[in-house]
Design a protein around this ligand. Structure first.
Ligand code: OAD
Length: 237
């Protein structure tokens, strides 16, 4: 209770909030995360999911890759939840510097946020590897096998696969935002995947809030920790 009051006060006083999030931000929209008990990585597949969504696997067996991607990683019919909505309101009120997200679902933009730094890309952007033509996520979703452009090239989602580097500009923008934050809210992420998780070290203030159902390796670095669901906290903000 006292912690919630402190957070409410900090939000009220802040002018440069940065939100750093992961898959837990979208579970209340109905999209499963990766590492919780009902997460994607706890399900049984022919290969470990981290292997399937790697660059080398994509090159080796694009047909299998796209079957898995379409079924498990292409959430198109979901809506923003209370957390997304509150963050969009903060941007409108001019108190949110930006959102740094590991999610690829585009729900922050659907809620109305414009300054979203997508560390792992987005399912909404898809490009032909040969001619560079843009294709929609629906195009990829509807395709029965490996999606191909008119020119014959494979249409690859702009999603960062394991073994692929993160976009340097997005990283720079995310670091700048975090370094300039007066309040950093880290939420819905296990903080186990690098380099994304390491970015929160660029925060140099003393108002870092961590909201996550499970414990994380960074709990002791935070000034305020909530092991609760995001919806429970954000409906109070
Ligand atoms: P994880 O699945 O690793 O962690 C999600 C965290 O959110 C867990 O610790 C849950 O306890 C917590 N959580 C889930 N629902 C919640 C809720 N409603 N309220 C509060 N907490 C909740 O997901 P990420 O940390 O995002 O990368 O995973 C990082 C990266 O691993 C992903 O971006 C993806 C994956 O491999 C790539 O695909 C490159």
């Amino acid at each position: 209770m006292q912690n919630l009051k402190t957070l409410q006060q900090w939000v009220k006083e802040s002018k440069r909030i940065v939100f750093f999030g992961g898959a837990g931000v979208s579970t209340e929209s109905g999209i499963p995360d990766f590492r919780s008990v009902d997460g994607l990585y706890r399900q049984k597949f022919e290969y470990p999911p981290e292997q399937i969504i790697s660059h080398s696997f994509y090159l080796r067996d694009p047909s299998y890759f796209f079957r898995f991607y379409r079924e498990k990683m292409l959430p198109l019919d979901f809506d923003p939840n209370i957390t997304h909505t509150v963050l969009a309101r903060w941007e409108q009120e001019g108190k949110l510097l930006g959102i740094v997200t590991q999610n690829i679902d585009g729900l922050h933009q659907k809620a109305g946020n414009t300054r979203v730094y997508e560390l792992h890309g987005s399912v909404l952007r898809n490009y032909c590897v040969k001619c560079g033509k843009f294709h929609t996520a629906q195009f990829v979703k509807n395709h029965p096998d490996v999606p191909r452009c008119d020119c014959g090239g494979i249409v690859k989602p702009d999603v960062v696969l394991y073994e692929e580097p993160l976009n340097a500009q997005v990283m720079d923008d995310a670091i700048t935002a975090i370094a300039n934050a007066d309040l950093l809210i880290v939420a819905g992420t296990s903080l186990t995947v690098y380099p994304a998780a390491g970015l929160i070290r660029y925060y140099n203030g003393n108002r870092m809030v961590l909201i996550n159902r499970d414990e994380t390796p960074y709990d002791s670095h935070a000034n305020l920790v909530f092991h609760q669901s995001l919806g429970e906290i954000f409906k109070e903000l």
